[in-house]
Write a protein that binds this ligand. Structure first.
Ligand SMILES: [Zn+2]
Length: 246
C-alpha cells in the first residue's frame, strides 16, 4: 500500500554507498523508518526534497509494521532555512530532534506530538539562538508528556522551606525529607527555582528569553533539567551536551 505522509526527518544514516535510511516523525503514522534507494546518487529525485528540521510530503510503500518501509517520492514543503545559517539555533533543533527520536516509539500515531515538534522547530528558528530556549522547550516537552516536574512545595511533606531538586521523586523535596529518605538531590537555590516556575508556566519562549541569567544560574538550570530529562525519558548523557557546553 502506498502511504502519503507529512513528515520531518529525525535522523538519517547510510544504508549503502548510494542509499540512505531516514527516520521520520509523521503527522498521522508516528515515527517510521524508510529506505530511500539511490538517495545519494547525484541525480536522485530525493535530492533536496528532504532535510533535517524541514517538513516534507513523503510517499512510501508501507511494509509490515515495524520494518523498513520503502520511500517512493518526497517533496520539501517547508525547509526552515534559518538552521542552515544560525549555528546555535541549529544546535537547539538538533537536540530537539534527538529528544523526539529517542522518546517516540515506532509506528504509534500521535498527531499531537508531531504538532509539538513542528511548533518547537518553528520557535527554535526564532528563539533557538538564546541559551534560555532549550530549557524552556524541555519544560514544555515534559508538560506535553504529562511528566512536568513538580516545582511547588516538597512532594513528600509539602514544606516550602529549604527546597532541593530530586529527579527520581519528580521535583522539589525539602532538605529534611531528602535526609530522612536518603534521596539523591541537587541544589536548587530559590532564584533558580523561581526561574523554573516562571518558565514552566510560560507557554511561549518569549518570556524565557527575557530572563537574564548569570553563568551560575544557567549552569544550575542545565544540571537540574538535564538530570530530570535523563531520568524520565531514559536519555543518554551526551544528548544535551552538544548545546549546553558551548
Ligand atoms: Zn519534605
Amino acid at each position: 500500500m502506498i502511504v502519503r505522509a507529512t513528515a520531518i526527518p529525525l535522523d538519517y544514516h547510510p544504508y549503502s554507498s548510494t542509499s540512505r535510511i531516514v527516520h521520520w516523525l509523521t503527522r498521522h503514522h508516528g515515527k517510521i523508518s524508510t529506505l530511500l534507494r539511490g538517495a545519494l546518487r547525484p541525480k536522485s529525485p530525493f535530492l533536496g526534497e528532504y532535510e533535517l528540521f524541514g517538513t516534507s510530503e513523503l510517499l512510501y510503500f508501507q511494509k509490515r509494521t515495524g520494518t523498513l518501509h520503502s520511500g517512493k517520492e518526497c517533496a520539501l514543503l517547508h525547509p526552515r532555512t534559518t538552521f542552515r545559517t544560525d549555528w546555535r539555533a541549529m544546535q537547539a533543533a538538533s537536540t530537539l530532534s534527538a529528544l523526539f527520536n529517542k522518546t517516540t516509539p515506532d509506528e504509534a500515531p500521535q498527531p499531537g506530538l508531531f504538532e509539538l515538534f513542528e511548533e518547537l522547530l518553528d520557535l527554535a528558528e526564532e528563539y533557538g539562538r538564546h541559551p534560555q530556549f532549550l530549557p524552556w522547550a524541555e519544560l514544555h516537552f515534559c508538560s506535553h508528556h504529562g511528566h512536568a516536574p513538580n516545582l511547588g512545595p516538597c512532594v513528600l511533606c509539602s514544606s516550602e522551606k529549604d527546597l532541593r531538586f530530586c529527579a527520581s521523586s519528580g521535583g522539589t523535596v525539602c532538605t529534611e525529607c531528602s535526609k530522612n529518605h536518603k534521596l539523591p538531590t541537587l541544589e536548587c537555590p530559590p532564584d533558580v527555582l523561581a526561574i523554573l516556575r516562571t518558565w514552566q508556566r510560560a507557554d511561549h519562549p518569549r518570556v524565557a528569553v527575557k530572563t537574564r541569567l548569570s553563568a551560575k544560574q544557567e549552569n544550575r538550570l542545565d544540571t537540574i533539567l538535564g538530570t530530570f530529562m535523563r531520568h524520565h525519558f531514559n536519555l543518554p548523557i551526551e544528548s544535551r551536551n552538544a548545546v549546553c557546553n558551548t
